[in-house]
Design a protein around this ligand. Structure first.
Ligand code: ADP
Ligand code: GN1
Ligand code: MG
Length: 372
């Protein structure tokens, strides 16, 4: 969309001031995100997003979830000393008609957030402090949502991290073979399909009642927690996928991006190493912030989540490659295959660390319990 149209779109929201510029922003794979700068001195800047409606078909449900969660968090934080709801929770800027999003004449859906200034989102962790703060941010977010009445939330993308669902989607893609790519991915398919039974552990524990369903974020990449200028956790963003889930999903998805020394789509697989110092820092931050809402069985499942989530992402990237790249944004033709290969290598590297991860988690869990 050209700048003139973007300006017209932003003016349909209750923004204060005047638009100085609108520029593409961030590195998300799903929506089109723009930073809207304000020409009014001291005025707020905004994030304008075109919602990806081929993925999120029920935009009313999506935005209702977001309103429920942000209202709940703001009300809760406003009762807590030393909290600042405006900085620590996303603020949805309503449209001129009061709604949480607008639909343009071409059918595109748009929403606006207050831009959280002086924050940074990182694709790669650089220091143990950042890893620890990522843990504090996501652990606290999880704990704060523990008493939200989940019946107010719709399941926007059912079966999001469910291995059964993702496995079915992969099998579907293989049988349709619409882009004629199955013949090129035998090695990757074997790596994924041979692990289905081992990776079903969390699902089975959930079905047996050993793991409770919680309200989870479900997209806890490191770039979805904004850190402040001092690298302290400030705000968890990207609230589209808040749904019922297991805590190991959030823990594992964060670990996937936090301990990896290389990018999510690294081409040179030997660069993919697991940084156990970052693992320990994240685990300590998360468990400290979340521990009163973690049962022993849940703590015990976290290391399994660390294998499952990169595995699920590998499976999803591979499925999308086989389908001809219909879901994720790609920057070059084999991007999804490269992403899948990188996630599979990460799974292999994390499998080598399984026992150490479990020990670090259970030590931190016991220490926190004895401190309560
Ligand atoms: P996607 O689902 O495409 O990842 P996000 O909602 O995560 O979209 O936004 C993409 C990026 O935009 C984030 O990683 C972050 O860098 C930036 N961003 C999003 N919302 C805000 C905000 N309110 N304040 C500052 N930066 C933001
Ligand atoms: C997508 O929106 P973004 O870029 O933070 C995806 C996540 C994947 C991630 C992989 C709605 O997240 O599930 O983990 O890409 N979000 C959706 O980088 O599918
Ligand atoms: Mg994001």
């Amino acid at each position: 969309m050209n700048t003139e149209n973007l300006r017209k779109t932003i003016e349909k929201f209750q923004i204060r001031g005047n638009v100085e510029s609108v520029e593409k922003f961030g590195s998300g794979h799903i929506h089109d995100t723009y930073l809207v700068k304000n020409s009014l001195p001291g005025g707020e800047d905004y994030i304008l997003q075109r919602i990806n409606t081929s993925i999120f078909k029920e935009v009313d449900m999506l935005m209702n979830n977001m309103v429920v969660v942000t209202d709940f968090l703001k009300a809760k934080l406003s009762q807590m000393p030393d909290s600042n709801p405006d900085k620590e929770v996303l603020t949805i800027i309503p449209a001129v008609d009061g709604k949480s999003y607008i639909v343009e004449a071409d059918g595109s859906c748009w929403r606006v957030f207050l831009f959280l200034r002086d924050t940074r989102s990182y694709d790669l962790v650089e220091t143990e402090t950042q890893a620890y703060q990522g843990g504090v941010g996501y652990g606290r977010f999880y704990a704060l949502l523990s008493d939200l009445d989940a019946s107010q939330l719709g399941e926007v993308l059912p079966g999001f991290h469910c291995i059964g669902n993702r496995h079915n989607q992969l099998q579907d893609a293989i049988s349709k073979n619409s882009a004629d790519r199955v013949k090129d991915v035998e090695v990757e398919l074997n790596a994924i399909l041979s692990r289905v039974p081992a990776m079903s552990k969390i699902r089975e524990m959930g079905l047996s009642g050993a793991l409770p369903l919680r309200t989870t974020h479900n997209d806890t990449k490191f770039n979805n927690v904004l850190l402040d200028a001092n690298d302290l956790a400030q705000c968890v963003i990207d609230l589209d996928t808040i749904m019922p889930g297991y805590v190991a999903y959030d823990f594992g998805d964060a670990i996937r991006t936090i301990v990896n020394s290389a990018e999510e789509d690294e081409k040179e697989l030997d660069k993919i190493q697991v940084n156990m110092k970052f693992f320990e820092a994240f685990a300590r931050g998360f468990i400290k912030a979340a521990s009163s809402n973690l049962t022993r069985e849940e703590a015990d499942s976290l290391a399994d989540g660390c294998l499952l989530l990169p595995y699920i992402m590998g499976m999803r990237f591979l499925t999308d490659y086989i389908n001809g790249d219909v879901y994720y944004k790609i920057n070059f033709p084999e991007h999804n295959l490269q992403r899948a290969r990188a996630q599979i290598r990460l799974v292999e590297k994390l499998e080598e660390q399984y026992d150490s991860m479990k020990r670090i988690i259970m030590d931190a869990y016991s220490e926190n319990l004895s401190a309560i």
